[in-house]
Design a protein around this ligand. Structure first.
Ligand code: SF4
Length: 323
């Protein structure tokens, strides 16, 4: 089938202590057009590094393997100029901290307008379009706000300004890395609703990176669960959450009763997360896994299909109890 983005065996090595650490290890998944894919994991799971590889913002000294296909082109082998054009236009980003994306010395209107001008919007149309975009992002009275500076906006409003900025380049993919983590719960829900409606109305694809299963549960059509730099499980969100095929996913679902009831508080998952620098042999999850046995300690499970669109990297997925 036609994919917008195809991540195929992606590997990222970072220099560390005279050697390298493989922080992303053989990650594969697809982002189809007009679909939201949630990339979920604890810190050290490699989710943000995967996102950074897609947008070409890996740290100095990082080396990559595998392929990142964007409409057929390999992103890892594009020249810098094409890569820069892609970023902010075909692929737009929304970060946790809008202040990292917004220029503090320019008005919101000017920043959004700048992207429109670069994208070839006619000068006399720019102002109208800026107001339209701010309105689309839910900024109230947008015509009165285009002269405001980022510091004059609240946290939630800055997030909306960044969304307007992201939409200005008419992207095909929105990459949102922890877009609501810094916001309080009410604002968080509103921003997620906004992203969901924009994704649907504009027919965008969205890659939503989060440590919070609740964020992904109600927003993503498909979910990719990462652990210690690898994919543990992936598939349609509803099906994965209803019947996890990996003990780690099951533990995640159980640690967040709010996924089901929307009321209870999250309980932390027992055990210490494995990190890529300190990855156990075999299945990286084995020290925390209630189903672990000898094979798990020596043989690394590779993702295998278990149902249409569903993949798991667990030797004993068939034995994972229902939640
Ligand atoms: Fe647990 Fe073994 Fe499955 Fe890993 S492969 S998740 S240790 S049962």
């Amino acid at each position: 089938s036609e994919q917008l983005l195809r991540v195929d065996g992606l590997a990222v090595d970072l220099p560390a202590h005279g050697g390298t650490v493989r922080v992303v290890d053989g990650v594969s998944f697809d982002v189809p057009p007009a679909t939201t894919v949630g990339l979920i994991g604890e810190s050290g799971s490699g989710k943000t590094m995967t996102a950074n590889a897609i947008i070409g913002l890996l740290p100095e000294g990082a080396t990559t393997g595998g392929e990142l296909r964007w409409r057929g082109d390999d992103l890892l082998r594009l020249d810098r100029a094409r890569r820069r054009r892609l970023r902010g236009h075909e692929i737009a980003m929304i970060f946790q901290d809008p202040l990292a994306a917004l220029n503090p010395t320019q008005t919101i209107g000017r920043q959004v307008g700048e992207i429109l001008r670069r994208a070839g919007q006619r000068r006399d149309e720019v102002r109208r379009r800026v107001v339209e975009l701010l309105d689309r992002a839910g900024v109230p009275e947008p015509a009165q706000r285009i002269g405001a500076y980022p510091h004059e906006f609240s946290g939630g409003m800055r997030q909306r300004a960044m969304i307007a900025l992201a939409l200005a380049g008419s992207p095909a993919l929105l990459l949102a890395d922890e877009p609501t983590t810094a916001l309080d719960v009410t604002v968080q829900a509103r921003i997620l609703r906004l992203l969901r409606s924009i994704q649907q109305d504009e027919g965008l694809a969205m890659l939503l990176v989060s440590h919070d299963l609740r964020v992904v549960a109600h927003t993503a059509h498909q979910v990719v669960v990462m652990y210690a730099g690898r994919v543990a499980e992936r598939g349609p969100t509803a099906s994965v959450l209803a019947r996890p095929a990996h003990p780690y996913t099951r533990a995640l679902v159980q640690s967040v009763p709010a996924v089901r009831t929307r009321t209870a508080l999250a309980h932390p998952l027992p055990g210490t997360p494995a990190t890529p620098a300190n990855r156990p042999a075999g299945c990286a999850f084995h020290p925390r896994c209630p189903l672990a046995r000898d094979r798990c300690r020596t043989e690394q499970p590779v993702p295998r299909p278990i149902a249409p669109d569903r993949w798991t990297a667990c030797h004993f997925a068939e034995e994972v109890p229902e939640t």
